[in-house]
Write a protein that binds this ligand. Structure first.
Ligand SMILES: [Zn+2]
Length: 319
């Protein structure tokens, strides 16, 4: 709320926990543009306690191979830290070395006995990766929850750019949505409540590493990926691509042949349907504690988004 306040005429938190900042253009009955980034992150939920060790499930898509020896911060008050159990190679049974450890063989060790653990941590407590933000090289930042806090940074930077070029021709709703990683409830309810005329979901796509398939990944520093496919509205995609070319903003095209895996999926079918675009920032190691993003991509995504906003209401009619 505090971050949105300088760019909004009104900021509120809705019943589900979404943060919504509204920047009005001053025209009565103006069309509404919804710009979204989700504020939730992947994590875990405690399902049981055995000998003081916590059983858990993952929340959102976490590769369980990443979990052993990771630090997790439980969202108790005050927070409790723990490590996911891992067996040293010396005591692994023969043939187990190459196998991923199933979730039912992993526990969270918070250093307590059964009765202490029962007092400290209720079943259903959630937790997140614990890791520090690091600067890598000249342009990259690594941290947990870059997916999709970097998307929210794009929204804030776009808001700043929009403000500096003067009034947009539409009312802009900046949405920091909840629950994207689990059930999309934040996007579903916010779009229903706001009833926008257009939506842009800003989220993450997969950044390239030497071991990654080239056709499914995008280079860091190469700008946003503009989603094209059945979840997106063609005219909006074309506008974004044309604008990127005109303004010499680096970009890629990401073909999303089905579910975009973003809030755009929910926006598109809200009420009678909403023209939707998806802009994605490449991130390496998605859904890990060391998600890595290039700051230049945050800037170029914001540049493209603000150019898009500047055009709406003046040039584009409903699609
Ligand atoms: Zn995600």
């Amino acid at each position: 709320m505090e971050l949105l306040r300088p760019f909004s005429d009104e900021v509120r938190i809705d019943r589900l926990g979404n943060v919504i900042g509204v920047k009005r253009c001053g025209v009565a009955g103006a069309k509404k543009l919804l710009l979204d980034a989700h504020l939730d992150e992947v994590g875990i939920i405690v399902t049981g306690i055995e000998e003081g060790f916590l059983r858990f499930h993952t929340l959102g898509g976490i590769d369980t191979r990443l979990l052993p020896a990771r630090e997790i911060r439980l969202l108790t008050d005050p927070p409790v830290s723990g490590f996911v159990t891992c067996l040293p190679p010396h005591v692994l049974e023969k043939g187990e070395e190459d196998k991923a450890i199933p979730l039912d063989k992993l526990f969270l060790d918070i250093g307590l006995n059964q009765s202490q653990a029962e007092r400290m941590v209720k079943i259903g407590t959630t937790g997140v990766f614990q890791s520090e933000m690091k600067i890598l090289g000249e342009h990259q930042v690594s941290a947990r929850a870059i997916d999709d806090r970097a998307g929210f940074a794009v929204l804030l930077r776009a808001a700043e750019l929009i403000q500096s070029v003067g009034q947009a021709g539409v009312d802009i709703y900046f949405l920091g949505s909840v629950r994207e990683e689990t059930n999309g409830a934040g996007a579903i309810t916010a779009a229903y409540g706001i009833q926008p005329d257009w939506c842009v979901a800003v989220d993450m796509t997969h950044g390239r590493t030497p071991d990654a398939p080239r056709e499914e990944t995008f280079p860091l520093g190469g700008g946003p990926a503009v989603g094209v496919g059945p979840n997106m509205t063609k005219t909006l995609c074309e506008r974004l691509i044309t604008l990127a070319q005109e303004r010499k903003i680096p970009y890629s095209i990401e073909v999303m042949a089905g579910n975009s895996g973003t809030n755009g999926w929910h926006f598109q079918v809200s009420r009678e349907g909403i023209p939707t675009a998806v802009l994605s920032v490449p991130v390496r190691y998605m859904h890990s504690p060391v998600e890595t993003v290039d700051l230049r991509d945050i800037e170029s995504t914001a540049q493209l988004l603000s150019a898009f906003v500047g055009m709406l209401g003046h040039e584009v009619r409903a699609c």
